[in-house]
Write a protein that binds this ligand. Structure first.
Ligand code: SAM
Length: 441
């Protein structure tokens, strides 16, 4: 891995292509996407506001905590912006919107779930309008994660830079979404999708996620054992790129740092480290720093996630909703970017994976989806849990999920405080739901 050095060390022309200097920093960070039908921000805020369809509503003091909305998210987001208990109070947003796949999706029970037919500029504006409103809802120290695949991720990244500011971009995470594909096309198997992570500003909630060490990883990463104290360590260079005129550029023990480098510490500090046994001397008299293994530390999570595939085998518990995401991945995101008691929002909530992860980690949540199937899946997930996705069904193990089970008294009070659905919504929802019986295998 190469590390750049200070520009003052460059002896040639810095901008040979005739770029005029000094150029504006503001302009440098401002790449805009132009497409047909792009609205002004004001037009986005001024659009219609939902007369909301509240499917479930907690009767806690703060009425908007743990609320599932059934309807078009754009109008509901505008409604939430007008609500002081929500606006600028959302600590974390995760969205997994349609990906412009030009497909329609059904659940494993063959019920229609949702369409993903918007393309090109129509798709981009659909996403941008929501991003503008979501930014408004975020707390100043809040974060947003957007999950997409390679269809539109690149275009949406530019929109995200426009709406949230390039300086607030944190990570482009590559997730392994499925097992290896035995592709017959003349191209590499497509097993990845992407999660883009932005924050609203420079200060944000961050609970550094780590992976646990395994014995194998410890031995691989820290291959040496110190005879002085029996602790495992690895050797790393004691110099860094770039030359220095001060103390760290001077000889130490008669040795200059290698060409183009400087010592990482002053000679006095290096002497102290050597006296403490923190420096390893190679047989050819090359000093290296010892980094000891710290069992408390954990391995900082990186931006390639291989362990959160979706429904990889028949034993995985799922709701059966199409494109349902991996619960452990959502638990990771919820824990990294929010604290207990915080408000988490997913306005494309599908089967409620984000909401359930928020619930598991004692966060409050708001979920929105315009698909009847999605709302039922979310309620079912909270009420009945998930089930193995296998096709095989033992006849007497059929568990029927009927709308009667949505009676609030059937729900665990810790999940939903006992508060009936509003009568009108209950009637409307019942009339649709009665036509459908859900069979959970
Ligand atoms: C990819 S799925 C989300 C899956 C979800 N992450 C999960 O784990 O189950 C996208 C969801 O967006 C919903 N959706 C699409 N357009 C919407 C809109 N305008 N308002 C609300 N929800 C919408 C769809 O109904 C669908 O459930």
């Amino acid at each position: 891995m190469a590390t750049g050095i200070q520009k003052t060390r460059w002896s040639g022309e810095l901008f040979p292509d005739g770029v005029l200097l000094p150029f504006s920093k503001k302009l440098m960070n401002r790449t805009e996407l132009h497409y047909h039908g792009k609205k002004s921000v004001q037009e986005i805020f001024d659009g219609s506001v939902a007369d909301t369809e509240i499917i479930w509503k907690s009767n806690s003091l703060d009425a908007n905590l743990n609320t599932l909305f059934w309807g078009n998210n754009i109008e509901i987001l505008r409604k939430l912006i007008k609500d002081d208990s929500v606006c600028k109070k959302v600590r974390l947003i995760y969205i997994d919107p349609p990906y412009a796949t030009n497909s329609v999706f059904q659940s494993t029970q063959q019920s229609d779930a949702y369409q993903d037919l918007l393309q090109g500029p129509y798709y981009l504006e659909f996403i941008r309008e929501r991003l503008v409103l979501l930014r408004e809802l975020l707390a100043d120290d809040g974060s947003i994660y957007i999950h997409l695949d390679d269809n539109m991720a690149f275009e949406v990244k530019i929109l995200l830079d426009e709406v949230f500011g390039k300086q607030n971009f944190r990570n482009w995470i590559t997730r392994r979404k499925c097992s290896t594909k035995n592709t017959t096309k003349n191209q590499y198997g497509n097993v990845s999708d992407y999660v883009m992570f932005y924050t609203k500003g420079p200060e944000y909630v961050w609970n550094r996620p780590v992976d646990l060490w395994t014995d194998e990883k410890i031995v691989k990463e820290y291959p040496c054992v110190d005879p002085l104290n029996g602790r495992r360590y690895k050797k790393v260079p004691i110099h860094a790129p770039g030359t220095r005129n001060g103390e760290t550029g001077q000889p130490w023990r008669g040795m200059l740092p290698p060409r183009g480098k400087h010592w990482q510490y002053t000679p006095i500090r290096l002497d102290e480290m050597d006296a403490n046994g923190e420096i390893y001397w190679s047989p050819s008299n090359n000093p290296r720093r010892k980094i000891y293994f710290d069992p408390e530390s954990g391995i900082p999570k990186q931006d390639i996630w291989l362990e959160y595939r979706d429904s990889i085998n028949q034993n995985v518990k799922v709701t059966g909703y199409p494109t349902e995401k991996n619960l452990c991945m959502l638990e990771l995101i919820v824990q990294a970017s929010s604290n207990p008691g915080d408000l988490v929002l997913d306005c494309f909530c599908g089967s409620g994976t984000t909401l359930y992860a928020a619930y598991l980690h004692e966060r409050n949540w708001i979920g929105i989806d315009n698909s009847f199937e999605a709302i039922c899946c979310t309620l079912k997930r909270f009420h009945l849990g998930t089930h193995s996705m296998g096709d095989y069904v033992k006849p007497n193990q059929k568990e029927h999920f009927t709308f009667e089970l949505l009676d609030p008294s059937h729900f665990s009070p810790s999940l939903f405080p006992p508060c009936p659905l509003t009568l009108e919504v209950q009637e409307e929802f019942t009339s649709i739901a009665e036509e459908k019986l859900f069979h959970v295998h």
